[in-house]
Ligand binder design. Structure first.
Ligand SMILES: N[C@H](CCC[C@H](N)C(=O)O)C(=O)O
Length: 285
């Protein structure tokens, strides 16, 4: 039985698509880790399993390269939208997919489906919805210690948890140094994605990202939405802005009701057919 995976990326945040209608393999945590491993496997920032077909709905399962499951992935949903078009699952220009965090509306903005707008759901700064330990409050500009250094953080959920740190200078090195401590900090019972935020002006922000379950990535859709939401909540930006990440730029719009629209590009890398040896190894895990 052949196993084929399609590889796409959203602004350099790359994913492999495992279509369960075309592949037969039990995806254990160990198998996901091996597939996503950049040395011993195909290599990616995660695995998108779908479409899981139900009565008139399509579900997407989002897996991090450490094997953990995520409630939502902004680049993942855009990539999935492009795959559904390429694989002939959808013909319309506007449809919805289900994820662990709910239903996302996908809009193609061009014929090829390489530029996609997604309604990402609502932001919440409430500690119990992130989730975070401590008294129920909106987590705005709180001082937290990561690696024995104090940082002012704003925490927000957009289905998955985020810790946004507003700084005048940001870098990959600093994102990794902080992220290694913040990701599994005790105050985040479900761990957390960490973003360093630099505000350029009222319509442009820059972020560096350390993802839960993946580490440093060049881009992250939910991180872009979370950082934009935090910047707007703190009064630093307008509701519509460009989010500049090392892998590229996302357009994010915070609507009146706190819901978020995200627009960005998707690239197709190619199809991978796993070797018999690799399939046997995956079956044994
Ligand atoms: N690592 C994230 C999921 C992927 C997020 C990112 N790749 C995106 O595009 O939103 C988490 O565990 O919440």
């Amino acid at each position: 039985m052949k196993i084929t995976l399609e590889k796409y990326h959203g602004l350099g945040n790359d994913y492999l698509i495992f279509d369960p209608n075309k592949n037969e393999l039990k995806l254990t945590k160990e198998a996901v880790r091996l597939i996503c491993n950049r040395n011993f496997g195909v290599g990616s920032d995660g695995l998108l399993v779908g479409p899981i077909l139900g009565e008139d709905k399509m579900t997407l399962k989002i897996l991090n390269p450490d094997g953990s499951e995520a409630e939502l992935s902004g680049n993942g949903v855009r990539i999935f939208g492009k795959y559904l078009k390429d694989a002939g699952y959808v013909q319309k220009n506007h449809f919805s997919v289900n994820t662990l965090s709910g239903e996302q509306q996908i809009h193609y903005l061009n014929e090829e489906g390489t530029r996609i707008k997604v309604s990402m759901g609502h932001l919440s700064f409430w500690s119990d919805e992130i989730p975070m330990t401590g008294p129920r409050r909106e987590v705005l500009n709180e001082t937290m210690m990561f690696g024995s250094i104090p940082y002012r953080v704003t925490c927000v959920s957009i289905g998955n948890p985020h810790c946004v740190i507003w700084l005048s200078d940001i870098s990959k090195d600093l994102a990794c140094r902080i992220g290694r401590h913040s990701e599994a900090a005790e105050c985040f019972p479900e761990k957390v994605n960490t973003e360093l935020l630099r505000v350029v002006d009222r319509t442009n922000i820059e972020i560096e990202i350390y993802e839960r379950g993946a580490g440093y990535t060049l881009a992250s859709g939910t991180s872009g939405c979370a950082a934009a939401g935090a910047a707007y909540k703190m009064g630093l930006t307008d509701p519509k802005m460009y989010v500049h990440m090392p892998g590229g730029v996302l357009e994010v719009e915070i609507e009146e009701d706190g819901s978020v629209l995200m627009t960005g590009d998707v690239g197709y890398v190619g199809k991978f057919t796993l070797s018999h040896e690799m399939v046997e190894q995956l079956r044994s895990l």
